[in-house]
Design a protein around this ligand. Sequence first.
Ligand SMILES: [Zn+2]
Length: 246
Amino acid sequence: MASRQKIGETTLRQLNTPHGVLTYQFTLKRVKNMNLRVLPDGTLRVSAGPRVPIREVERFLTSRSQWITEAVERAESRKRQAAAKDCLRLWGREIPLSVGIVDRDLPETLILTEEGAEMALWEDTPLRRQTQVLAFWKRETGDLFAARFRFWAGHFQEKYPVEAKKVGLAVKPMTSRWGSYSKRTGTIALSLYLASRPPEFLEYTIVHEFCHMLYLDHSPLFHALVEENLPGAGVIREKMKRFPIR
Ligand SMILES: [Zn+2]
């Protein structure tokens, strides 16, 4: 048997509702009515006077459970978005990012430290953040893009009658696709945004583009060729579809 709650005391309670389990902070207050609030962080706070039986509180919460569940989900999704804004993505990892403002006689930078990533900006705007992130990826991942590209160029040159080693590489921020192959210019372009995703995305994209040297379309034969060279490619491809391009 739970001991009786005192005025001003807050307890954590749970309630089964048709819309799932609600977890809420319950405070007993010297008020007549019941109060219900969803805080910006998604916390559900309920208060009621000592004369309101807990069963009535629960009945009220159950009758509002759909609205409450939706409000909590909205708050939590806003919280996630705010947190996502302050992280640096690198090869599928999310590194905590702190942003500071510096004087204009100092350079704008983005560096990795033991705690995470630190960005120094003249002014905190999305464009300035973006510029630093792209420059960071270019600096930190350029060698890996080039090394993986050379590896696969060698692989395709050896295995198929194509001049894969003569293909040029361009790494740049692309907004509508992960990569492309131009037969005309003999160039494979890879999106710099691949640096934010798991390394297998880069691997898949390189193999995909080299396979276009043999098939220009996306026919079943093409996909079979990708799979043959990179076992598990189909699974990676499905996974990639669930991620935004940038
Ligand atoms: Zn393609």
